[in-house]
Design a protein around this ligand. Structure first.
Ligand SMILES: [Zn+2]
Length: 238
């Protein structure tokens, strides 16, 4: 039996034994690893569909679970293909089910018959999703549209000149980044000076009239001055 606790017996020697499992001569996966030397791991496998056992001919429902012998039997590109060998619980006959990564499903390989309950899209007026046999590329409506003369004329007359002009603009802006940056920063410094002064005078006004600090004041220009004067005429402050 596996060790289920961390008890280190007195004769345990870390250098000699390495781990507690190897001290007891057990694999970390316990009994499930008893066929690991053959590349088989015992796992719990749940039937993905209804089957009939090939030996006793009994119907076995989807979802019945077995202690299956899981084994890697190949690859589909980089995806491993696994085989699950299960022993029928009604007759002790064996059956084997494999994964089918190409069609993203499971297939019964031997010892049983699968009940065919798959929904076939083609049978129902649809299209097969996993059509991997056809060599013809699928019809791409956008690719087809790009090949029309209208699209080609649009490309040569509109899109290419537009791209060229954008590239011209980009080239102009990137030709001398230093002087452009200098200009921008100088401009910004001047603006900043004006903002600072305006902010200072705004704060003074707010202080004088005890207005909240986050109160935004109107811009002082000809229009607002005129408006203020009119208001003053109508209702002068007491
Ligand atoms: Zn059976």
């Amino acid at each position: 039996m596996q060790g289920f606790n961390k008890y280190y017996p007195p004769d345990y020697d870390g250098e000699k034994h390495g781990s507690l499992n190897s001290y007891r001569g057990k694999h970390a996966l316990g009994d499930r690893a008893r066929k690991l030397d053959q590349g088989i791991l015992i796992t719990r496998f749940e039937l993905p569909f209804n089957i009939w056992c090939g030996t006793c001919n009994n119907h076995i429902g989807m979802g019945v679970r077995y202690n299956a012998e899981k084994k890697k039997i190949g690859n589909y590109y980089s995806t491993p293909i696994f085989s699950f060998r299960c022993k029928c619980h009604l007759c002790d006959g064996w059956f084997e089910i494999q994964t089918d990564p190409k069609n993203t499903r499971y297939v019964v390989v031997s010892g049983a018959r699968q009940k065919d309950e798959e929904w076939d899209p083609e049978e129902n007026g649809g299209f097969a999703v996993h059509d991997t046999d056809g060599n013809a590329a699928p019809v791409d409506p956008l690719a087809a549209l790009e090949k029309t003369t209208d699209a080609q004329i649009h490309q040569t007359k509109v899109q290419i000149p537009r791209l060229e002009s954008l590239m011209d603009v980009s080239d102009r802006y990137n030709s001398d980044p230093y002087s452009l940056s200098l200009k921008a920063r100088k401009h910004f410094r001047e603006d900043k000076k004006i903002w600072k002064e305006k902010e200072k005078s705004d704060v003074q006004v707010k202080d004088r009239y005890a207005l909240p600090t986050n109160f935004s004041l109107a811009e002082e220009d000809g229009e607002t001055i005129k408006e203020a004067r009119e208001q003053w005429r109508k209702a002068p402050l007491a």
